[in-house]
Design a protein around this ligand. Structure first.
Ligand SMILES: C[S@@+](CC[C@H](N)C(=O)[O-])C[C@H]1O[C@@H](n2cnc3c(N)ncnc32)[C@H](O)[C@@H]1O
Length: 261
């Protein structure tokens, strides 16, 4: 479907809720482009994990589970488990996911993951970290469930380094969709992960392939017409506020073991 100028379109599409990765998407005008951009954000985050056929993959903040299903379909781990705090989204994921015993979804919190110690080989999270209330708690839970030698890969958006003093930046907090987003300095997440026992492998900014495409898409939606409410904040404040420092993609090998913690 092509969105004509003036037509209302959703900021998100296809059951995904992320800003998208637009590097290889030529147009910004169809709903298919928009869905593909969101798949691409999953793909580039998943590629960091070097997933093998023996891996148990956990998708934290899986939303409606489309990215979890993509991970199983395209990256072929032994199993893919999606976890999300919002029960309705998990139920939707269960109801709409392809029937496959290797794919499962559970309601759960980043602060209390529904997984036994060390059972996860690879953990992915796409645009959910910015909604977590306590990065230290998340990092220690990730360290608990990811086995020694496992990997995590996270894509999210963060506050500029200049604002960072390793604490939350209250005046930059913004409500997006139905949840609260925090503009954390990326260094704060790095510190939390290191203190939990992860050894940081790679951090890069992918913002140049996120914000331009997402802005172009938003301009085609009814969000662009509003000046108040969630959509107004998304375009008028958060996107502009956050765009310059990009969307870092991080991958962190879990080098921890009990003795290290
Ligand atoms: C922006 S959506 C991204 C969904 C999906 N990863 C995607 O890219 O389409 C963020 C998701 O993280 C979930 N989430 C936020 N805080 C969470 C927490 N503390 N524990 C588990 N999930 C959480 C939200 O419910 C939401 O579905």
């Amino acid at each position: 479907m092509t969105v004509a100028p003036g037509d209302a379109a959703s900021a998100f599409a296809g059951g995904y809720v992320n800003f998208g990765y637009w590097e290889h998407i030529a147009g910004h005008s169809t709903v298919s482009d928009r869905v593909e951009s969101q798949r691409e954000l999953y793909r580039i985050t998943l590629r960091e994990l070097d997933i093998s056929g023996a891996d148990i993959l956990l998708d934290l903040g899986c939303g409606q589970g489309r990215g979890t299903a993509l991970a199983l379909r395209e990256f072929r781990p032994a199993r893919a488990q999606g976890v999300d705090a919002i029960g309705d989204r998990v139920q939707h994921a269960v109801a709409t996911a392809p029937a496959d015993e290797r794919l499962s979804f559970q309601q759960g919190w980043a602060s209390s993951l529904p997984c036994a110690d060390g059972v996860v080989d690879k953990l992915v999270s796409v645009q959910a970290v910015q909604q977590l209330y306590d990065l230290d708690v998340f990092a220690s839970e990730a360290a608990r469930v990811v086995r020694t030698g496992g990997l995590i890969s996270l894509a999210s958006f963060f506050a500029p380094p200049s604002t960072g003093d390793m604490h939350r930046v209250p005046h930059m907090n913004r409500l997006l969709e139905d949840g609260c987003c925090w503009a954390y300095p990326v260094e704060q997440l790095i510190t939390s992960l290191r203190e939990a026992g992860f050894d940081l492998l790679h951090v890069s900014s992918i913002g140049e392939h996120v914000w331009h495409g997402f802005d172009a898409w938003l301009a085609r939606t009814d969000f662009a017409e509003r000046d108040a409410g969630t959509a107004g904040r998304l375009r008028g404040r958060s996107a502009r506020l956050l765009r310059d420092h990009g969307t870092p993609l991080m991958s962190c090998p879990a080098m921890h073991d009990d003795a290290d913690r």
